[in-house]
Design a protein around this ligand. Structure first.
Ligand code: FA5
Length: 356
């Protein structure tokens, strides 16, 4: 008896040719049952396999499935092409052309908008630090694992990775490309560039957007902003760091707001500290925003760990340095006494207008 799959290849070729000949997505969808669906030759052939010996039936079944899958792939690709072409044709047809828009005779008051409170805060922070002799630099929001973690002395599987709940991107090897969880990777870019160009020392601040899988609440957002600081020079000590933090706090928040450093742990600084200021909402009395402690954590800081210097090729016997990083949204919140940080992203015009 003839093998029922003798003509399989020509059936595939015919189905592919018919699929590719379709000129509209609707035409292709209508033809689906005949090409790959219930009324297709593949389904008819499947029924004829019952007469074969069990072993033969198994291999013929697999061949048939494979052939049908090939046609299904062509079908899906053709449908995607036709749908995309129809969509752009629709957009093109909807485009407004000169003459479609008739000038209104009603005079509307036009508002040009203005920078939001976070952008304004970033500008004032930059101004304070530029006034103290820092330059301003920026780094990418998408980083590799090396810049966000490894060069900062956080190797794969290190428990400190748990300090940052990361959004990974589906690019390259799994968990190698991510949305930066802090602005600290910009320190690495800056030090690498200074080593290459031979332009050490560094006195820079680096503002920018960061991303974490944090549940938004009164003090957290999933997309927020930090400003990083880095000083690398000969003879830098912890006293320089404490002096910069204190000078900044007084310059930005005013003389009645105190700052304090508390011992903390960051893998890329040693020793490390947390930098807190008096809660400006309750003036230290305790409220919901500061979890009734009277203090708000602005950020972290410490002396650059020698392991970080080694990762970028700076000799830790010759240079020392300090780094700090704190939340710009948190600063805006404290400066303007905003009880809940989520107000920054609510787009409520009555809230936004206050900061023009
Ligand atoms: C860091 O991100 C370290 N890179 C800071 C650092 C830099 C330490 C240099 C040492 C040397 P931390 O995870 O604590 O540390 O975040 C620092 C600050 O960013 C926080 O204190 C807070 O002000 C702000 N921040 C962190 N997560 C959020 C969030 N989800 N929403 C808003 N602000 C946040």
């Amino acid at each position: 008896m003839n093998n029922p799959l003798d003509h399989l290849e020509s059936l595939v070729a015919e189905a592919v040719a018919n699929t590719e000949a379709a000129v509209s997505a609707d035409e292709l969808r209508l033809a689906e049952p005949l090409l790959i669906g219930k009324r297709s030759p593949f389904v008819n052939l499947q029924k004829t396999l019952g007469g074969l010996e069990p072993e033969e039936r198994k291999s013929a079944g697999a061949k048939l499935q494979e052939a049908r899958r090939r046609v299904e792939e062509v079908f899906a690709a053709r449908l995607a092409v036709l749908e995309a072409a129809e969509k752009s044709a629709r957009y093109e047809a909807d485009r407004l052309v000169l003459g479609d828009v008739v000038p209104s005779r009603v005079q509307l008051p036009l508002s040009a908008g203005h920078p939001g409170v976070v952008a304004l805060t970033q500008q004032s922070l930059e101004d304070v630090f530029v006034g103290m002799g820092f330059t301003v630099a920026e780094g990418p929001e998408i980083e590799t694992d090396w810049y966000n973690f490894e060069a900062l002395n956080i190797p794969p599987a290190h428990p400190a990775r748990g300090m940052w709940d990361t959004f990974y991107l589906d690019l390259g090897e799994p968990e190698t490309v991510l949305l930066r969880t802090h602005t600290s990777p910009t320190q690495i870019h800056l030090m690498e560039a200074a080593v290459t160009a031979g332009t050490l020392p560094i006195h820079a601040v680096m503002p920018g957007r960061c991303f974490r899988r944090d549940t938004p609440d009164a003090r957290h957002l999933a997309a927020f902003h930090q400003i990083e600081g880095l000083v690398v020079d000969r003879g830098i000590t912890f006293a320089d760091l404490a002096g910069v933090i204190e000078t900044f706090t007084k310059a930005y928040f005013g003389p009645d707001i105190a700052s304090r450093l508390r011992p903390a742990y960051f893998p890329f600084t040693e020793p490390s500290a947390e930098f807190e200021i008096t809660c400006t909402i309750c003036r230290g009395a305790g409220c919901r925003t500061c979890s009734h402690t009277g203090w708000i954590e602005l950020g972290g800081c410490g002396m650059v760990d020698p392991a970080v210097f080694s990762a970028v090729g700076i000799n830790p016997d010759e240079y020392s340095g300090f780094a700090f990083g704190f939340g710009i949204d948190r600063c805006a919140q404290m400066r303007h006494q905003i009880a809940d940080m989520r107000a920054l992203t609510d787009n409520d015009i009555r809230f936004l207008r206050q900061f023009s």
